[in-house]
Write a protein that binds this ligand. Structure first.
Ligand code: HEC
Length: 215
């Protein structure tokens, strides 16, 4: 049957399949390496771990039409400047804690996880912490025992997960580092804590959230 049209020949389709698979494979490998600088810590969009020594803010960028993290002046976490290695160790311990305690069972981190509780990507910057001065201590206390604290009045309480003080501090470091990741404006419409150094008139306006409305 040598009369088969060229476009119907078996060998043409076999060769096409091999070429398309081969070229796609090479392209995917190229894309993988092309993406690495954007996603690794210390890269274009994900800051190095020592960013926890700095003030992290989240501001609207008029040109890009989205909120972006802004890394500011020195503002060491728990008042202690850490080296890159020390910061990495602390953030890693925090990340391991979030995995060991399965925070994703209720929360989303960078959008991944469950929708029972708020997304934690920018939790460090949540205005519900009241003031930037009280935030670190409040976050540690909240993580160690959130049961009697209704934080942002969504009406659901977080259970006590038996987190030690050391784990809580590491988790706060992880959350601070995560808030500095450029997530291209995710989560959308997130309002941030007032981090200005203006005289302390702000706390009055942001009184602790009242108890949840009775259902
Ligand atoms: C069983 C569900 C559940 C698990 C597991 C859980 N949480 Fe929560 N979490 C909640 C709920 C519900 C809230 C909201 C409580 C509130 O507003 O008072 C919350 C609130 C928070 C907040 C405040 C959020 C904000 O936007 O400021 C932080 C931070 C937080 N959780 C961290 C964690 C971490 C870290 C873990 C894992 C170690 C964790 N949670 C595990 C249910 C959970």
């Amino acid at each position: 049957m040598s009369q088969t049209a060229w476009w119907a020949s078996e060998s043409l389709w076999r060769k096409s399949a091999i070429w398309v698979t081969g070229v796609s494979f090479i392209f995917l490998i190229y894309l993988t390496f092309d993406t690495l600088p954007y996603i690794k810590a210390g890269g274009t969009n994900v800051p190095g771990f020592s960013v926890i020594n700095k003030r992290v803010d989240y501001q609207y960028d008029e040109a890009k039409h989205r909120y972006l993290p802004v890394i500011g002046q020195d503002e060491p976490l728990f008042g202690k400047m850490l080296t890159e290695e020390e910061a990495e160790a602390l953030v890693s311990k925090g990340k391991l804690t979030t995995q060991a305690k399965n925070c994703m069972e209720c929360h989303t981190l960078l959008g991944n996880g469950a929708y029972y509780a708020p997304d934690l990507t920018k939790a460090w910057l949540d205005p519900a912490w009241g003031s930037k001065e009280a935030r670190e201590a409040d976050m540690v206390a909240f993580l160690m025992d959130p049961t009697d604290k209704l934080h942002n009045s969504i009406g659901r309480r977080m259970p006590n997960l038996g987190i030690t003080e050391e784990e809580a501090r590491a988790t706060v470091a992880f959350l601070k580092w995560m808030s500095a990741i450029n997530t291209m404006g995710f989560p959308h419409n997130f309002k941030t804590l007032d981090q200005s150094d203006a005289p302390a008139a702000a706390p009055a306006a942001t009184a602790p959230a009242a108890a949840a409305p009775a259902k």
